[in-house]
Design a binder for this molecule. Sequence first.
Ligand SMILES: Cc1cc2nc3c(=O)[nH]c(=O)nc-3n(C[C@H](O)[C@H](O)[C@H](O)COP(=O)(O)OP(=O)(O)OC[C@H]3O[C@@H](n4cnc5c(N)ncnc54)[C@H](O)[C@@H]3O)c2cc1C
Length: 462
Amino acid sequence: MAIANADLTIRELHAAVGRSAVLTDHQTLAARSNDRSAAASQGRAIALVRPRDTAGVSAVLRIAATHRCPVVPQGRLSGLAGGANAVEGAILLDMTGMNAILRVDPVEMVAVVQPGVITADLAARAAREGLFYAPDPASATECTIGGNVATNAGGMRCVKYGVTRDSVRSLEIVLAGGEVVRTRPPTVKAVGGLDLTGLMVGSEGTLAVITEITVDLLPAPGPTLGVSASFSSVDDALDTANAIVAGPHRPSALEFCDAGVIAALRAKVPESGLPADAMAWLLVLTDSAAGAGEDVRWYTQTARAHRAVRVDSATDAGAVERLMVARRALNVAMRAVRGGSLNEDVAIPRSRLGELLRRLDALSARRGVPIATAGHVGDGNLHPVILFDPHDPGQVAAAQQAHIDVLAMAQELGGTATGEHGIGLEKLGAVDAELGPRLRSIQRGIKAVLDPQGLLNPGKKL
Ligand SMILES: Cc1cc2nc3c(=O)[nH]c(=O)nc-3n(C[C@H](O)[C@H](O)[C@H](O)COP(=O)(O)OP(=O)(O)OC[C@H]3O[C@@H](n4cnc5c(N)ncnc54)[C@H](O)[C@@H]3O)c2cc1C
């Protein structure tokens, strides 16, 4: 956009939200222009605005509409798809200052929060009241609830409690142009309208700005216990996982690592105790308030029945934490192998996971870059990690090609290029193939109704 217009826009922003809430210095804008993905920002923002309340967000969107200025809503920039990256001429709308937990209601079993609340802070507050906020992205200490809702974030506990969408009851949103609406009443049941809450969840800042979130809370679960099981074949591990999902003892996490990941974790976290010769590892947890001991016995039997070579039960907090430390070290451990890593996020029907892993091995051999895979096997959501030396242009190019191949592979197997991280900028190229022209045009039509000037996070997701 023209600079003259930018100056006027900034003066109006000063008047609307106060000078101290509008930052235009190069350093701030540069620091807030990229999330944690490898996607490049799409241009220079003109300002970063830190609204304090919904009225402030509304004022910003009104000014943006007047001057046809793009707006990029942002949480803590922990996203892995480029969704919060700057676009040319944009106002970066930093929502992290709207971080109040407004209410925890043990009768309605909800919490009402502003979008900038850090996910782990909400979980801790709920726990202090004897309640439970279920969604648990691995980034919980460094991401916001607003970002989680906008990306429909997942995590390890999805296998029992579902994704973020399953815990969002109602939203206050600000539409392009500045109008404030609530998507539905905060009652447990409400079927009076189309599901606009569901539409907003996962919309990655392209349809509206989320300014208040009512989330479901649950009764506090029991202490977490679990089982660590190693296998000499990937198929035995997958058969065990499928038997556990179909069985009567629902796990609160069901995680898989292949041999490449096991080797990287052993190197990074030697105290993990993972066996050197295992071809696959399952971590199965339960948080059942009554009967967790029985769950652990059943997971152990099931793993043994499917030829596990070693099964250890973790029946106290320390043992569970040691396993979790290993699993949480995934990203750091993988990056340490070659210096560079591309973390994929495919989700496919569980019945085809064996085929996916075999195809990944073949792809790795064809492209000449190692690919190691871990993830939420109970949801069919795996994170193949493509490893490369960032100083070797040949390997960088091979890794980027393998990235495109992995997305296409997931789609060929009846799945999706992204189970939880979102499309943002990084996976735009994969969406057309996945959704097809009819669904793409319906989605863009919905965008046109809600954001006719196309100002909200343009060039992302849709
Ligand atoms: C170490 C690590 C582990 C991770 N583990 C997981 C995981 O287990 N599961 C998972 O799903 N993801 C995971 N992620 C990805 C990331 O943490 C999530 O996508 C998270 O939801 C992003 O939250 P954020 O506050 O950082 O949002 P940002 O990255 O700032 O923004 C993400 C998207 O949300 C939009 N947005 C943000 N706030 C609003 C708002 N108020 N209104 C409208 N749109 C908004 C942005 O425009 C952008 O499109 C991980 C990331 C890291 C770095």
